[in-house]
Design a protein around this ligand. Structure first.
Ligand SMILES: [Zn+2]
Length: 160
């Protein structure tokens, strides 16, 4: 999560006009960027699970309400009758395991993809995001190594 805020902060520093797209999840309080058409809304859910969870519970509520209506009751009766006639299909095989595990959770990658798409006004591929994050990570590591090298050199030059 810390790395997520690092990404978010550097995005905002680079593109200050995106501040108006900054929103806060009303479920878990996390900050995230949203589409400019949602700017200023207070009722948004974050893309890291809350929005989905909320949508799911909403659709459950909707379908519960639907099956209470007479029309829905009839539909349900038909569905049940059909279910009795046709045996249940065998369970779907589990999805294939991804050959190369991603270093970052898929939700974060999708999120960065959307943010970069907003910034650049185009569709961004997931592979581009992974490549971008890997590049950033490599640069971070290089800077850190250089800094350590410098302090070691400095210690050699002036021993305590
Ligand atoms: Zn949330």
């Amino acid at each position: 999560m810390l790395s997520y805020y690092v990404v978010l902060r550097s995005v905002l520093r680079l593109k200050p006009w995106l501040r108006k797209c900054l929103a806060r999840c009303r479920h878990c309080g996390i900050f995230f960027l949203t589409h400019v058409r949602n700017a200023g809304r207070q009722d948004l859910g974050c893309p890291f699970g809350c929005r989905q969870a909320h949508r799911q519970s909403q659709s459950t509520r909707r379908s519960v309400a639907y099956y209470r209506e007479p029309e829905g009751k009839e539909k349900k009766r038909q569905l049940n009758a059909q279910r009795r006639k046709t045996p249940a299909p065998p369970p779907a095989p589990p999805p294939p395991v991804q050959p190369t595990p991603l270093r970052w959770p898929r939700t974060i990658l999708d999120y960065v993809r959307v943010v970069v798409g907003l910034i650049e006004g185009r569709r961004v591929l997931l592979s581009e995001v992974v490549e971008m994050l890997q590049r950033t990570l490599r640069q971070h590591r290089m800077v850190r190594t250089r800094r350590i090298d410098q302090s070691v050199a400095w210690l050699h030059a002036q021993p305590p």
